[in-house]
Write a protein that binds this ligand. Structure first.
Ligand code: SAH
Ligand code: SF4
Length: 353
């Protein structure tokens, strides 16, 4: 049965070497196979032509290369953002978004979980609750499926951001292993510095990343710098309040010297007053920072809407000119194809399990 076979994309290079040795093959075939799986991105063991027919048959009997089933593909007419809905082996679905930048660089926004347990009030993924973690192969196959398409178009992926569905720091083991595989020089070789983990602020797991010295980029979903407000929209703030988040980020920046991105969704009549701007400025001023402002996308079942352009402009001006905060405003990507977090899946939702 398929499920009893070894999923080859769940293994790092060392595990793959051990696996081929366990089949009676020489260890260096493990390294070669890693290269076929993760650099050439083959989808069929018969394509691994440097292995003997006998070894290929042996491997096919014991193991398989998983793939993601593309259910839906949309391309934005406005900015060429592409959105992919994938089906997993158990029928669950996840989404992946390809952002094509003007300078020809490509960023892939990937998912780390099916659903999310953090349940932020403004987030379509959170509304559906948590279903399960993605395994390593499901994380990296989002990258490989798109890389294969891009290579055929004469281009490739440059950056990866964990800003799709799920809270990457609540699936830390698999996310870290995926990072290790994606940054392996014998594989697709995307530097960890080109990979961003976006988190709602799981403080102890930010500490773990620090401890393990993973040189990954960090983006913090802040959305309010006032505890009472943040509690309301990001329930995990009650467990890890702003003071704790601030402290761990100070330590992170002291050790890594890396700039931190703060994401801040603009929600009408909620977090865009002068008081909110002052609290935000006070919070980020202690950091080498950039604040990425994102006008809230409306989500079914909530009353949250984005502020008017005039209100947004006032907020931005105050932050930039009065409080000298380093601000960017996220250019809207793929709004005509529900380019925001979790929205495509919501429309395609079917019962899980
Ligand atoms: N769980 C992680 C990463 C996935 S969410 C996190 O929360 O950071 C990725 C980004 O999408 C987050 O910054 C999140 O705040 C944003 N997002 C979610 N719902 C949104 C909405 N309705 N409008 C705009 N951005 C949204
Ligand atoms: Fe989870 Fe991020 Fe959505 Fe919050 S914003 S529910 S942490 S995916």
């Amino acid at each position: 049965m398929m499920s009893e076979k070894i999923n080859l994309l769940n293994l790092n290079q060392q595990e793959l070497e051990e696996f081929v040795v366990s089949l009676g093959m020489k260890k260096f075939y493990g390294k070669q196979l890693f290269n076929w799986l993760h650099k050439k991105i083959v989808r069929d063991l018969n394509e691994v032509t440097n292995l003997s027919l006998k070894d290929r048959e042996l491997l096919t009997e014991k193991a398989y290369i998983p793939f993601l089933n593309l259910l839906k593909h949309q391309i934005s007419k406005i900015d060429k953002t592409e959105k992919f809905l994938f089906q997993l082996e158990d029928g669950n679905t996840i989404e992946t978004v390809l952002l094509r930048h003007k300078d020809k660089r490509n960023t892939l926004c990937i998912s780390s979980q099916v659903g999310c347990a953090v349940k932020c009030a403004f987030c379509a993924t959170g509304q559906g609750g948590f279903v399960r973690d993605l395994n390593v192969s499901e994380i990296i196959n989002q990258v490989y499926t798109i890389e294969r398409r891009l290579v055929k178009q004469g281009t490739n992926l440059n950056n990866i951001v964990f800003m799709g569905m799920g809270e990457p720091l609540l699936n830390l083991t698999n996310v870290l292993k995926a990072l290790e595989i994606l940054s392996n020089e014998n594989g697709i070789n995307i530097s960890k510095r080109k990979i961003t983990i976006s988190t709602s602020g799981i403080v102890p797991n930010i500490e773990k990343i620090l401890l393990e010295k993973v040189p990954v980029e960090l983006a913090i979903s802040l959305h309010s710098a006032i505890n009472e407000k943040r509690d309301e929209i990001i329930p995990i703030n009650r467990r890890y309040p702003l003071e704790d988040l601030h402290a761990v980020l100070q330590e992170y920046q002291r050790q890594t010297k890396r700039r931190i991105t703060f994401e801040y969704i603009l929600i009408n009549n909620f977090n865009v007053s002068e008081g909110d701007a002052n609290a935000l400025a006070d919070f980020v001023h202690d950091f080498d920072h950039v604040v990425n402002l994102i006008p809230c996308n409306p989500v079914e079942g909530t009353e949250m809407t984005r502020p008017s352009d005039k209100k947004i402009e006032r907020f931005v001006n105050f932050l930039q000119n009065v409080r000298k905060v380093n601000v960017t405003i996220r250019r809207e990507k793929g709004t005509d194809i529900d380019g925001a977090c979790g929205q495509l899946r919501q429309k395609n939702k079917k019962p899980t399990k």
